[in-house]
Design a protein around this ligand. Structure first.
Ligand code: 1CP
Length: 341
C-alpha cells in the first residue's frame, strides 16, 4: 500500500495525478448504502457488524472509484467505549441519554482500551482483506475537543455553548476530560493501524467555534499530542473552521492538513508550506449542473496546482447530493491531471 497514489501523496511524495476521495463518501447518497442500512435496521447495528460495515466501506470504492476507502464507523464510538452511551436518532443525529455535567461524572468514565472497540478493528481487518490491495484504507477518530463537545452537550448544537462554558468556568476539569479522550484516542488509532489502516484522519468538526487562544489551549495541544504519539503512518488533520490556526498547524507532526471551503487556497499554501493540503470544494458546488461541477472542480485543481494536494470536499457530502455529480467531480479530478502529466 506504500506505493498507492493516495499513500504516496499523503506522505508528501510526487504522484502521477492528484488522488481523490470524499468525506462521507459512504452513506446516504448511495442507494446501495440505504439498502444495507435498512437491513441493519439501525445505525449502531451497522457500525457494530463488521461484515456490514466492511460492505458499506467498499461501496464507494466500487461505485465511485475513489482512490481511498474510509472505514465506516463514527467518531462517537470513543465516548461510548469510555462509558458514555450514545443513540442515533433517525434523521436527527446522535444523542447521549446521559451527559457529562461536572467533575463527579468522570467517575463513570475510563480510558478506553482498543478491545472495547474490537468491532471497528474487525471491520478494518475484514475490509483490508476484501480490498485486496485495490486502494488504501483510512482509519479515523474525532479530535478530543469535538468529542468533548458531544459529551458535554449530549447532542449536536449550533453554538456548543455548554461545552464552551466548561472551558471558561472549569478549565482544570476540561483538561482532565480532554486528557482522558486523548489517551483513549491514541490507543484506538494505534490499534486501527495494527488492524490495517494505512493513513489516519482526525476530524475536528467543531474547531471553528473556539476563539484562537482557546483553540490552541483546548484543541491543538491535544491533536498535537496524538500526532506525536503516532509515527506509524501519515496523518491528516481536518479542523473545520480553524482558518486562524493554519500557521500553527504547519509545525504540527502531521503530513496532511484538510481545508474547508472558507479557507483560501493560495493563502493556505503560504501559511502551510510544509504540508500536503486536502480539500476543499464546497459540497454545495455538487448541486450544480455537470458543467458547473466540472468548472468548479477545475478551478479548485488549478488553484492547488498538480502536487502536494489530495482532492476532496471542504466537509462531508450532503445526503441529497446526486451520485452522478459526485462521479463527475471524481472523473474531473482524474482527467484534469492526466492532461497535465
Ligand atoms: O442515517 C445514517 O446513516 C446516519 C448518518 C451518519 C453516517 C453515515 C452518521 C450520523 N455518521 C455516519 C458515518 C460517519 N461519521 C463516517 C463514515 C462515513 C464516511 O465518511 O464515508 C465518518 C467519517 C463520520 C464522522 C463523524 N460523525 C463526524 C466528523 C465528520 C463531520 O462530518 O464533521 C461527526 C461530527 C459525527 C457525528 C455525527 N454522526 C452522525 C451525524 C448526523 C453526526 C453529526 C451530528 C451533528 O450535526 O452534530
Amino acid at each position: 500500500m506504500q506505493s498507492s497514489l493516495f499513500v504516496q501523496a499523503a506522505s508528501g511524495k510526487a504522484t502521477s495525478r492528484t488522488p481523490v476521495w470524499l468525506m462521507r463518501q459512504a452513506g446516504r447518497i448511495l442507494p446501495e448504502y440505504r439498502k444495507v442500512r435498512e437491513k441493519a435496521k439501525d445505525f449502531k447495528k451497522l457500525v457494530k457488524t463488521p461484515e456490514l460495515a466492511a460492505e458499506v466501506t467498499l461501496q464507494p470504492v466500487r461505485i465511485l472509484e475513489v482512490d481511498a476507502a474510509i472505514i465506516f464507523s463514527d467518531i462517537l464510538v470513543i465516548p461510548e467505549a469510555m462509558g458514555l452511551n450514545y443513540e442515533m436518532e433517525e434523521n436527527k443525529g446522535p444523542v447521549f441519554p446521559k451527559k457529562i455535567t461536572s467533575v463527579n461524572d468522570l467517575r463513570g468514565l475510563h480510558i478506553a482500551s482498543p478491545e472495547e472497540l474490537q468491532y471497528v478493528l474487525d471491520a478494518i481487518s475484514l475490509t483490508k482483506k476484501e480490498l485486496n490491495g485495490a486502494v488504501p484504507l483510512i482509519g479515523f477518530a474525532g479530535a478530543p475537543w469535538t468529542i468533548f463537545s458531544y459529551m458535554i452537550e449530549g447532542r449536536g448544537s449550533k453554538t456548543f455553548s455548554a461545552a464552551k462554558k466548561m472551558l471558561y468556568t472549569q478549565p482544570a476539569f476540561s483538561h482532565q476530560l480532554l486528557d482522558m479522550i486523548t489517551e483513549s484516542t491514541i490507543h484506538y488509532l494505534k490499534a486501527q493501524i495494527r488492524a490495517g489502516a494505512d493513513v489516519i484522519q482526525i476530524f475536528d468538526s467543531w474547531a471553528g467555534i473556539l476563539a484562537p487562544h482557546q483553540y490552541k489551549e483546548f484543541s491543538l495541544k491535544y491533536i498535537s499530542k496524538i500526532c506525536d504519539a503516532i509515527p506509524e503512518c501519515p496523518k491528516i488533520v481536518f479542523a473545520k473552521g480553524a482558518f486562524f490556526a493554519r500557521a500553527e498547524m504547519n509545525t504540527m507532526n502531521c503530513e496532511v492538513v484538510g481545508l474547508d471551503w472558507n479557507m483560501g487556497i493560495a493563502e493556505s499554501r503560504a501559511l502551510l508550506p510544509d504540508k500536503v493540503l486536502q480539500g476543499n470544494l464546497d459540497p454545495c458546488a455538487l448541486y450544480g449542473s455537470r458543467e458547473d461541477v466540472k468548472r468548479e472542480t477545475k478551478k479548485m485543481l488549478d488553484a492547488f496546482g498538480p502536487s502536494k494536494h489530495i482532492a476532496n470536499l471542504g466537509h462531508g457530502l450532503y445526503p441529497d447530493t446526486e451520485v452522478d455529480k459526485v462521479k463527475c467531480f471524481i472523473e474531473t479530478v482524474k482527467e484534469h491531471n492526466k492532461l497535465k502529466a
